[in-house]
Design a protein around this ligand. Structure first.
Ligand code: UD1
Ligand code: CA
Length: 455
């Protein structure tokens, strides 16, 4: 069975009160439409076609990818009309309809739905709710067979009492779908071409309507306003927390964790409260992460420790290395095994060798630092001359005295030392001491200035 997926994303989303098209609003750092496309891809369809309308240019621009097609629905005349716009580009046996503002739909639910569609059967995802207000209702006959969907605004009082609602997600044989869509009318309470009318047409043509339900109603929850968006966000985060705990992670509070990207974690990892992960983060076994850290696109090797209030982006923290509290590791930072970075230390494009230390208040940019080298408090690599960036290279077992300014390009050999307060502008050979500061002179009998008497 070949599959085409149509994602409806043309609606305005007035209740978001936003200049951003609704489907571009993010859940967990990825647009709602991006989530839907991600799930769609997992089904290996022959085509994914996004129906765009309001904010079409922005949506196209943000999501364009070689495997995506965009179809414009100039006027939003209803869900049936929206799907009809995509028909000319569909070619597969089966068409699955998804929604750009229903981001949490799970791949396994869709797979389950797709097992139910055939030439003689359409597959409909429904959801039973305590309060189905706003949903189309699933109408069944005496034998429990689905006969129609009736929209809330067209429903009789008796039909409004039905608690089984239409999620809107359905899988249909393509050739049939084309026939039914061509026969839709907008003679209803909203004056729209309803996709849901194809259900009664299918039944009239002798097809069976099979139904499935999601495991979790939040999977089919859409976001029409920012409150619902926040509900989806919390639900997503809850799911991520459960997944991490199942993998062997202790979360000090599962409700105070935010994953905006993908996190893979090993066993016996400990994550304290209010940690935010972004992009691709890999956490190996026995890593501890303190509270209030932001960790983006980074790898934390076995036993690494990140202390409170640290900010990492594009960093690799080696086995047993530690950073923080208040460490800032910027892109290109690599801490070797058991390296140590203390408070108020910023690294950018800098490698700290095995066991090397930068304990306090330093900026290390464009630097290669050997094993066991010790960087004193207040050390600055002066890597930028106002036009270009230059490298600082240090060998093994170097000792940089406190408050040294290392003016790059500059190199320090193995075992070199700099005196505290030095401004190092020339290379320091292996084993030598570089001193570059005014010599101390003590003035005997020095008397301090005294205040002038007031006139
Ligand atoms: C629709 C269903 C309803 C279902 C509900 C679930 C129909 C007629 N009704 O109702 O049975 O219970 O979803 O949320 O299908 N869209 C377009 N172009 C259009 C109209 C809509 O792209 O011309 C998109 C919207 O952006 C939205 C989705 O389709 O993502 C659903 O449209 P909406 O108008 O919200 O449908 P509902 O009235 O909620
Ligand atoms: Ca809706």
């Amino acid at each position: 069975m070949s599959l085409d997926i149509v994602v409806l994303a043309a609606g305005q989303g007035t209740r978001m009160r936003s200049a951003l098209p609704k489907v571009l609003h993010p859940v967990a750092g990825r647009s709602m439409l991006g989530h839907v496309i991600h799930s769609a891809r997992a089904l290996s369809p022959v085509g994914i076609h996004v129906v765009v309308g309001h904010g079409a240019d922005k949506v196209r621009e943000q999501l364009q990818a070689p495997d995506l097609g965009f179809v414009t629905q100039a006027e939003q005349l209803g869900t049936g009309h929206a799907v009809a716009q995509a028909l000319p580009v569909l070619a597969a046996d089966t068409v699955l309809i998804l929604y750009g503002d229903v981001p949490l739909i799970q791949v396994d639910t869709l797979q389950r739905l797709l097992t139910r569609v055939s030439d003689t059967q359409i597959a409909l995802l429904t959801v039973t709710l305590d309060d189905p207000t706003g949903y189309g209702r699933i109408v069944r006959d005496d034998q429990g067979k689905v006969t129609a969907i009736v929209e809330q605004k067209d429903a009789s009082v008796a039909q409004q009492a039905i608690r089984e609602g239409n999620t809107g997600i359905l899988a249909v044989p393509r050739v049939r779908l084309a026939q039914w869509l061509s026969r839709l009318s907008n003679n209803n309470a909203q004056g729209e071409y309803y996709l849901t009318d194809v259900i009664a047409m299918a039944v009239a043509d002798g097809l069976v309507v099979a139904t499935e339900q999601p495991f979790d109603a939040m999977e089919v929850q859409g976001a029409n306003d920012r409150r619902q968006l926040a509900e989806l966000e919390r639900h997503f985060q809850h799911r991520e927390a459960l997944r991490l705990m199942a993998a062997g992670v202790t979360l000090r509070d599962p409700a105070r964790l935010d994953v905006r990207g993908s996190v893979t974690a090993g066993r016996d990892v400990l994550i304290d409260v209010n940690v935010i992960f972004e992009g691709e983060v890999v956490i190996e076994d026995d890593v501890h992460i303190g509270p209030h850290c932001v960790i983006k696109d980074s790898t934390l090797r076995k036993g690494a420790v990140i202390k409170a209030y640290s900010h990492l982006e594009g960093a690799v923290v080696g086995e047993g290395a530690d950073a923080g509290p208040f460490a800032r590791l910027r892109p290109g930072t690599e801490l070797g095994p058991r390296a140590h970075v203390g408070n108020f230390v910023e690294l950018k494009n800098a490698h700290l060798g095995e066991g090397a230390k930068a304990g306090h208040l330093s900026y290390l940019g464009d630097a290669r630092i050997g094993a066991r080298t010790n960087i004193g408090a207040g050390t600055i690599t002066c890597n930028y001359d106002g036009a270009n960036k230059h490298q600082t290279v240090m060998g093994n077992d170097v000792f940089i005295g406190s408050n040294s300014a290392l003016v790059a390009p500059v190199a320090l050999g193995d075992g070199a030392t700099t005196a505290a307060g030095s401004t190092i502008t020339q290379d320091v050979p292996a084993g030598e001491l570089g001193v570059a500061r005014g010599r101390q002179r003590n003035v005997q009998g020095w008397s301090r200035p005294v205040k002038k008497p007031k006139a």
